[in-house]
Write a protein that binds this ligand. Structure first.
Ligand SMILES: [Zn+2]
Length: 418
């Protein structure tokens, strides 16, 4: 029994160094994937290898079906080089986003292209059994949407709105999802589909997705903030996700804004989530009804979407709710800007649709609360991937693991697997 099959049916801790590669073949395989199109000559030049060595290895990769020749490239003197291309549609990946009140499932190819998408509202917090049943149902729908039945599933990534313990990645925090505490049914996904399952925190996966495919492409130091029922952040530092010693990095929702403020579920006072979490925003909107009787929201029981729509249409109450939220986030991230000096903040989740109404006051507040040098080059952007960011990040986590352990690819490339 090898390492991969031994791990089926259990949630696998993600690699501490996902790009650590084992062999020359694996390195070349990843380079062809990463570049999409590259020639043997280019590979030999970049890796300092003899052309004959590259030719031998590429021959093996072509025979395995991972790589094909797709014509000739531009000549830089001498013969035109043959261009190699990675076969990213040969396999598929599933990314599952389990939120507090929704479940989304993405199926992608190995380049993160969306093949199929499913999403449903569901009371995830109070219904673990029903939630898992729904995850299975949506995964089945995605697999039925494969381009061809021969497109093999390589793995499943799962996003949870909870810190993920690197030693027990399938176990879920009782603070965030009390009904799920101590349950590790995520492992059932691996057993049902016969593939490795990887789990990470949702904001970490949003950061990974935006860094690789979205607003943060080419940016090596960024923070992604997800506003929802909870508030979380994912840090990309030096081009890699930073998870912290016990998987709790980025718990910005429990950053204290006011040490004399409201008591939080975590036991502390004045945490950010109590000011900008979905419930707090709805309460704040209702508190302002008296002051803004002309507001379209006045007398209603507004949802976050209603507050967003009203703000976009210039409703002064809604604009104030968004501005106040932006200012609280600005205070929370100012310290992080001083400590880490990132070049980008990406906002996803609730209120992201309000665009400049959110980013402008956030920018101003962080500028007022952080050192000039820490904020002079900061870009504050709205997520490009929107509501698909987290599930896409879960799929991307699997892609990164596949290229850290390409044997997963080799094992899934024979007939008979799902
Ligand atoms: Zn708290």
């Amino acid at each position: 029994m090898n390492a991969i099959t031994k791990n089926l049916g259990s949630v696998i801790p993600v690699s501490s160094d996902p790009w650590k590669l084992r062999t020359l073949t694996d390195t070349i395989l990843r380079m062809i994937w990463s570049e999409n199109q590259v020639s043997r000559i280019e590979i030999a030049k970049r890796m300092g290898l003899a052309r004959s060595t590259v030719t031998e290895i590429v021959k093996e990769l072509i025979n395995s079906g991972f790589v094909v020749e797709v014509g000739t490239g531009e000549s830089k003197g001498g013969r035109r080089p043959i261009v190699l291309e990675f076969q990213h549609e040969m396999h598929c990946i599933i990314g599952v986003d389990i939120g507090a009140t929704h479940i989304s499932v993405a199926m992608t190819d190995l380049r993160g292209n969306m093949i199929h998408w499913e999403e449903r509202k569901h009371p995830v917090r109070s219904d673990p059994e029903g939630s898992l049943k729904l995850v299975f149902e949506l995964c089945d729908l995605c697999l039925a949407g494969r381009k061809t039945p021969s497109q093999k599933l390589l793995g499943i990534g799962v996003a949870l709105p909870s810190p993920i313990d690197p030693v027990h990645p399938g176990w879920i925090s009782e603070l965030v999802l009390p009904a799920w505490h101590g349950r590790n049914e995520i492992e059932l996904l691996g057993q049902k589909y016969g593939v490795p399952v990887y789990v990470d925190n949702d904001a970490n996966l949003g950061a990974i997705a935006e860094h690789r495919w979205g607003a943060g492409r080419g940016v090596n130091d960024l923070i992604y903030i997800k506003l929802s029922h909870g508030v979380g952040a994912g840090f990309i530092l030096g081009g890699e996700i930073y998870r912290g010693a016990s998987g709790a990095a980025g718990e910005i929702g429990h950053f204290p804004i006011d040490i004399y403020g409201k008591r939080c579920v975590c036991g502390m006072r004045g945490c950010l989530v109590n000011y900008v979490g979905a419930d707090a925003l709805k309460i704040r909107a209702r508190q302002l009804f008296e002051e803004y009787p002309e507001s379209v929201l006045a007398g209603q029981n507004p949802r976050i979407r209603d507050i967003e729509d009203a703000a976009i249409n210039g409703d002064t109450l809604a604009v104030r709710v968004v501005r106040e939220a932006a200012e609280y986030i600005g205070i929370a991230i100012a310290g992080w800007l001083n400590l880490m000096n990132p070049s980008m903040v990406i906002l996803g989740g609730d209120l992201a649709r309000t665009g400049d109404l959110l980013t402008d006051p956030l920018h101003e507040k962080s500028r007022n609360c952080a050192l000039v040098k820490s904020v002079e080059n900061i870009q504050i952007k709205i997520s490009e991937l929107g509501s698909q960011a987290i599930a896409l990040g879960a799929a991307t986590l699997v892609i990164e693991e596949v290229f850290a352990e390409p044997n997963i690819l080799r094992q899934r490339t024979h007939p008979g697997v799902i």
